[in-house]
Structure formats: C-alpha cells, structure tokens
Write a protein that binds this ligand. Structure first.
Ligand code: ZN
Ligand code: ZN
Ligand code: ZN
Length: 458
C-alpha cells in the first residue's frame, strides 16, 4: 500500500534499537541447504522459487488500459532470462476506476467489463486483455501472482449503520452482482468492533463473518476460486496483512493453495517469521530491505551481518530491493541486486529497475548466476564498512563466492572456498583473473570499485 512510510520509519527505528547479530542461525543452516518452496499447479510452469520473480508494475503505470498488453509483450523475454513468475497489480475494478492502481477495491469480479466507477476497463485494460496476459505468461512457463486486497474496500454508498449509530460508506452494490456488502460485513459489527488494523478511513472488512468468508474463499464462486479457476492466477500476494489476522491467509491458502506472500511492512525479523508460520505463507523480507538500505546508503556493509528473514527462514523469505511503494536504496543499486541474487530467499526484480533504470545485461547475468550457481547454505567470509564477501555452499550446483566492493578502488582478499586445487573464474566478467585454489581451498579474489564479482568453478 501507499502512505505507509510513517509505519516504515517507526519500524525502522525499532529495528535500529533491536537488531542483533545472528551468526547462530547461519551456523544452523550450514547443515541443511534451504530449498525454495515449490508450486507447480499448472503443467509446464516453472516451479515458483526456482528462478526470480518480476514485479510487473510500478506506481503509476501508464493509464488508458494498456498495461496488461505491455506485460504480455514482455513475458517471453523475461522467461528466457530466468524469471519464473510475475506479480501483477490488483486486477479488479476499484473506486478510482480508470485511474486506480487497484488498491481501493470495489467490485472483486469486475476485471474491466462493467461500466462503473467511471469506466468499463480498469487502468490496466479489459478482462480479455487480462486473460490474454495470463495465458501468454503460462505459455512461456511463468506463473502469475495476483495482488489481493482483503483488508479494506472502497467506493460503497452511504447507509445508516446500526453498529456506529451514524452513516458509513459500507453499502456495496457491484454490477457484477457478486459479493454485495453492507454494514455487518465491516467493522464495527455484531461480532466485534475491529480487527488488527484499518487502512486510512476505508471500510475495514470483517473476515469473521461467514458471509465474507464464503465470498472471499469458501464458496465455489468465491474470489479465490474465481481468480484461480476462471482467470487463471497461480499465486497470491496479500496486501497490507497487518490489517487482519494471519489465519485469513492460511484459510484462503487451505482452500485454493498456491504460492502466497504477504506484505508485512516491518523490519522486525521475529514478527515477520512468526507471521510466516501462522499464515503458512512467505513474506517480503523487509528486514533485509532495511538492512541493505543501512548498508548501501550508510556505506557500512558490515550491517549485512545482521539478522534478516532469509537467515531465519529462507524458504519463506521473498527478497527485494525496490517495490511500487518504496525506493530508497538508490546509491549504486545494482550492488543490492548482486546481494539478493546471490543469497538465499526468493528474489524479486522491480519492473523499472529491470526495464528502465539499471543495465539489463548486468541484471540478466545476475539472474543467471542466481538460477545456476546460488545454491545451498551461506557463510559470510568477510564484512567491513566497504566490502562484503559471502560463500554459497552449493546445492545441485557448485555454489559461489560473491565479493561486493563499495569502495572507490579495486580490492582483493584471500578467502576460503569449498574447492581444492580448482580453477575458478568471475562469472560477472568484471575480473579476468582465473586463479587456482590451493589444496587447502584458499584463493585470492578481487572486485572492482563500486561493483562486485562472483566466483565459481570454471
Ligand atoms: Zn531488523
Ligand atoms: Zn472482524
Ligand atoms: Zn483490518
């Protein structure tokens, strides 16, 4: 969601006070290589987590109903370079109609086919264009992750509300004819006055109401089943999960399955980790995001020693450098991508970073490295203010050693690899060294200024 910067800042401050080093976790993981959670619900799709996710939108993509076609035109190229899934914005009609990015949902079943909220199409296009985009992604082996807003709704009419004694905007009469809502379906109501959070002043859905559960995930014509079976979505990105309890995500997932990731905007690792357990879903690794921000914007890479969700629970961590809400790691951003694409967790690439802002060849190289070399557990070999070196120990591949250099000059360092008397090379091509490791597995590697190198068996 937008407008959560304050929460982020508060969390960030909390993080500064509470973070501690966490070498214990790394030690534990050394014995059990982390494998990404796998989903393969449709024939021919790459398993989610075997590659890299593309966040296939930004704030604000061009309006006018062309975005689904733009995505359709890109999925073949993305698949070819190692993307395995795309995350798309909320697909149904929202209060701001043709201008909305979708986070103010009104009619969960209007994908650009009913004339309401100022337009027939959504900002992104028509229902046919949406389905064409999903099919094109599938034909290229990509899963499509839907953005699901369950906390709040927007665009209802005013009605007398017996639970508040006043009038509220809780009378929803969508033209799809599905999931009419009124005061009882929101907070406060006959069950309780609130859940874990509200977003702005939007009517806050009550997931304890049987009627709401039926329409969102339980019935055969629920949102979850319609999105999965009729539109063809494969997975779910749950918006603003601080606004309701984690059992809601688990109940949804128990009903329709699918890779699931929650937007829990908080840098607190224990909070992120306990949410992934309760929801039985992955979470975006905001702890990693804020640590990278500290490391790369504060010129102190030793911060990367600190705890992150991927260090706690790699199979449930979705890592990212930028998203549609926040873009703060702006110094030499490719170094942060070199970090997430060589480390554990399921990395996400932001559309604008890939298509417009960063060097696409370098990004493609890092995606290749992620998919072919970045397996197994992690050991940090060296970290100080301007350099960071870590080793992936391999899992059905050779593993790697990544050397991130945030200084203004070439650096070199002796490191301990897993390879004995073996010729290695830098798969980024930044260094032309091809050293042979000693019988005791030590070798000297180098990295260029404000850049990185990634070493593995030649
Ligand atoms: Zn933290
Ligand atoms: Zn409730
Ligand atoms: Zn809520």
């Amino acid at each position: 969601m937008k407008n959560l910067k304050l929460i982020g800042i508060v969390c960030f401050l909390f993080c500064l006070l509470s973070c501690s080093q966490d070498e214990v976790v790394l030690e534990q993981q050394a014995n059990q290589p982390a494998k990404p959670s796998i989903l393969n619900s449709k024939n021919g799709l790459k398993p989610i987590g075997s590659g890299v996710m593309m966040q296939a939108f930004y704030w604000d993509v061009p309006a006018g109903g062309t975005w689904w076609n733009t995505v359709s035109s890109k999925v073949a190229a993305w698949s070819n370079v190692g993307i395995d899934a795309i995350w798309v914005p909320p697909a149904s009609k929202a209060q701001n109609g043709p201008f909305s990015m979708g986070y103010d949902p009104f009619d969960y079943f209007d994908f650009g086919e009913y004339n309401q909220m100022g337009s027939i199409e959504t900002r992104f296009g028509s229902r046919a264009e949406l389905i064409n985009m999903v099919n094109t992604a599938h034909q290229n082996g990509l899963s499509v992750i839907a953005d699901i807003v369950l906390n709040h709704n927007s665009g209802g009419d005013s009605e007398a509300n017996p639970y508040t004694g006043g009038n509220t905007w809780t009378d929803f009469n969508p033209l799809s004819g599905k999931f009419y809502r009124s005061a009882t379906d929101f907070h406060a109501n006959n069950i309780h006055s609130n859940d874990s959070g509200v977003f702005g002043g939007f009517p806050d859905l009550c997931h304890n109401q049987t009627y709401v559960q039926d329409w969102l995930w339980k019935n055969s014509n629920s949102v979850a089943k319609y999105y999965k079976d009729v539109i063809g979505f494969d997975g779910w990105r749950f918006d603003y999960v601080k606004g309701f309890d984690p059992w809601v995500v688990k109940a949804w997932k128990d009903e329709v399955g699918g890779f699931s990731v929650g937007e829990l905007w908080d840098s607190n690792v224990s909070l992120l980790s306990s949410w992934t357990n309760s929801a039985d879903a992955s979470a975006f690794d905001f702890a990693c995001y804020y640590k990278m921000k500290d490391a790369f914007m504060g010129n102190n890479l030793s911060v990367l020693n600190d705890n992150m969700l991927w260090k706690q629970n790699a199979s449930k961590a979705v890592t990212f450098v930028t998203n549609h809400d926040t873009d703060e790691i702006t110094n030499n951003k490719i170094l942060a991508y070199a970090y997430i694409l060589t480390h554990e967790g399921y990395p996400t690439i932001f559309y604008k970073d890939y298509e417009e802002w960063l060097n696409k060849e370098r990004m493609n190289n890092l995606i290749w490295i992620h998919n072919n070399l970045a397996g197994g557990s992690t050991n940090i070999l060296h970290a100080d203010s301007d350099e960071y070196i870590a080793r992936r120990n391999g899992y059905n591949n050779s593993g790697l050693v990544v050397y991130i250099n945030n200084s203004n000059s070439w650096l070199e360092r002796w490191v301990e690899t897993n390879w004995s008397s073996t010729v290695i090379k830098d798969y980024t091509g930044h260094s032309n060294w091809e050293p042979t490791t000693q019988s005791g597995k030590w070798v000297k590697i180098q990295a260029p200024p404000k850049s990185y190198s990634v070493w593995s068996v030649k």
